[in-house]
Every structure is written in C-alpha cells, then in structure tokens.
Design a protein around this ligand. Structure first.
Ligand code: F6P
Length: 359
C-alpha cells in the first residue's frame, strides 16, 4: 500500500480542492493512503510535521469546487525556501524537508504549485531523492512552460470577465472608462483572455510594446464614450512609476478622457471553479497517480494539444525563459509568456481592440 503526500504551495487559485479530492479518490481506489500536508513546505518543516490523512468525511465532494486550498498554502513570513535562503539556512531547511518526508514514510509526493515552486523543487531535487516527485501546475498567471493550461487560469479569466461586465454597466451610465488592472505578474495571458472576453477597447500586456498617445487616439476615436481598458499588472511606462492602472489613468485624465481605475485583485484567485478547470484538475490528478503507478519521478503533468500527460521537470526547467528570481538568490525560474503567435492577439486586433504596436 503506497503512502502519498500532497501539498499546495505558492499563491492559491480555484481548482486546487478539485485536484486534491481527485488525488484522494484515485489513490483510495488503488488502495493507497493520502496525507495532506498543511501550509505547504511550512507544514513539512514544522515539528511535529503538520498533516491530515484525507478521507471523504474531511473533504466531501460538494466542497471541492470552492476556491482556495483546503490544505492551505502557507502564511507570510513562514519558514520557506525564500526566507531560508535569506537567513542562510537553506541547507538545514532542505535537510528538514527530506527528513520529514522520510518520517511520514511517503512513497510519493504530489506538489501542486506555480512556476516558482516547480523551479524550486527541481533546483532542490535532492530532497525528493527517496520518493517519487510528481508536480501539478496551477496558477492564474499561465506562466508555466510546456503546458497549454494551468489549473486556476480558466476560473480567473471567468472572474475577471464578470468583474468587467459589472463595471461596463456603470461605465455606460456615466460615459466614462474604467482602467482595470489585472494580476498575472509579467505574463499578459489573464489580461488578454479576460479583456477580449469582456469586450475591452484596449488591452495592454507586458509582452507587447504600446504607445500612450496611440492608446489615447484609439479611445478618442472609439465609437463608444465608455468601456474597459484592461491593463496587466506587469506593464511599465517609461518615466512613470506607481501602479500601471494609475499611470494609464493619469495619461487619460491629462487627455480629458473621463475615467476611473479598478483593481479586482485577489477576486481573480477566488470564485467557484469553472467546469473547465474542474476537468483539468481531475485529468491532472489522474495523470499524476498514473505516473506514480508507472514509477515516474521528477515529472509534471501538462496539457498538450488536448491531452494531459507527464513531462520531465528537467525539460520544464529549460523550456521557459529563465529568470533570476529577485527574492531567492541563485534561483532561476522557468517562465512562459504570451507568444507573439497567440491567435487571440490577431483576433483582438481584427476586432478593433488596441493591443499595442503590433505588426
Ligand atoms: O502568482 C499569482 C499572483 O496572484 C500574481 O498574479 C500576483 O502578482 C501575486 O500572486 C499576488 O501575490 P500576493 O497574494 O502575495 O499579493
């Protein structure tokens, strides 16, 4: 009988509970036991290790579509890779993780995380040398290479789209524009998808250069005198500082375009999990369990051309653009961005949405 550990790390998003429940269900059907580690790596380095054995009484199916992580993702300031790196205690931290995994007598660890967590797991892979490590990619940012979708993205797009739908009504009533700042870090996928779905008149993302004068001209020439200008949190405007939405808003105000800013913030990580995210989480849980059964290790689940499969973490680490993490010395994270071939760019352009200075 195998013993599986499961933990959620990094920022939360919707779909985590669906993944956890299906890992539990699939494992039980195989006669395995599942231990949910609380608060991510923080629970693993606690003494004693903080965990619960999962069963249907603890996590019933009807709770699995709600956002957040039933297991929690850890609290600010806790001992984790980042704080350990800063205090020079990374070696001791890694040793403790290794010994806790041994103490729980785990055969496999399923780590549900974002690109930071996956990059850290690969960089510190010695921790998992005696178990099978299978990762499941989740993030609203959609910045994980090798997978066409991450758990949580679809729900975040839905949340942000609905938020804009509400704003559009008040925008119309007052003949004004809303500059909505999306999350997404340096990746514009969330802004692009939700912006287009919500009928935004302009979408500014970090991957595409834009020109403020061209944006203003576009808005002034718009057939409407109201609407949404979607701004990804990762954009910058040369010579300006502050929140991107505020920067854009100031430029619009200077051009006498009535506007307000709106910050949906963590609502994007919340909301009932969409059916599409539930299906992805279910398929990824199944693939993760199959991978354990097939003795795979150091792999992550990935959706590629409609099929969920496993790819190696080594491949993941080299597939994206490698960025030196500003918070963790010597850690390089593997990042994905909106590709210049993303069909949504052309569609948005064809539909008269200003998306920057595209060819
Ligand atoms: O990575 C997910 C994310 O929600 C980003 O889009 C955002 O920049 C960041 O996390 C917010 O982090 P926090 O919850 O720490 O404010």
């Amino acid at each position: 009988m195998k013993r599986i550990g499961v933990l959620t790390t990094g920022g939360d998003c919707s779909g985590l509970n669906t993944a956890i429940w299906h890992i539990m269900r699939g494992a039980h059907l195989r006669g395995w036991r599942v231990f949910g580690i609380l608060d991510g790596t923080d629970g693993l380095v606690s003494s004693p290790v903080r965990f619960i054995e999962l069963n249907d009484d603890i996590l019933p199916i009807e709770y699995t579509h709600i956002a957040g992580s039933f297991l929690r993702n850890g609290h600010a300031g806790a001992l984790n890779f980042e704080t350990a790196a800063h205090t020079g205690s990374l070696v001791a931290f890694n040793k403790k993780l290794y010994s806790s995994i041994r103490e729980l007598k785990l055969d496999a660890v399923i780590l549900i995380g974002g690109n930071g967590s996956l990059s850290l797991a690969w960089a510190n892979r010695e921790i998992y040398r005696d178990v099978q490590l299978v990762c499941i990619p989740k993030t609203i940012d959609m910045d994980i290479p090798l997978t066409d979708r991450t758990i949580g993205f679809d729900t975040a797009v839905e949340q942000l789209t609905k938020y804009c739908d509400q704003l559009m009504l008040t925008a119309r009533s007052h003949h004004r524009w809303f500059v909505v700042q999306s999350m997404g870090r340096d990746c514009g996928a969330l802004a692009l998808n939700a912006g287009l779905a919500a009928g935004a008149s302009a979408i500014l993302i970090p991957e595409i250069k834009f020109n403020t004068d061209a944006l203003i001209k576009h808005i002034k020439n718009s057939p409407n005198d109201y609407g949404i200008i979607m701004v990804a949190e990762g954009i910058t405007i040369r010579g300006h500082s502050g929140k991107p939405a505020d920067m854009v808003s100031r430029a619009l105000t200077a051009a006498r375009i009535p506007n307000r800013t709106a910050f949906p913030e963590h609502l994007q990580r919340s909301g009932d999990t969409t059916a599409s995210d539930r299906l992805l989480a279910t398929a990824m849980a199944d693939t993760a369990l199959n991978a354990i059964e097939n003795n795979e290790t150091y792999v992550m689940t990935a959706l590629q051309n409609g099929v969920v499969k496993t790819v190696s973490l080594a491949e993941f680490a080299n597939a994206g653009e490698c960025i030196n993490d500003p918070n963790i010395p010597k850690l390089f994270t593997s990042n994905a961005y909106v590709s210049e071939n993303d069909p949504l760019l052309e569609i948005a352009h064809d539909m008269g949405v200003y998306i920057g200075e595209v060819k």
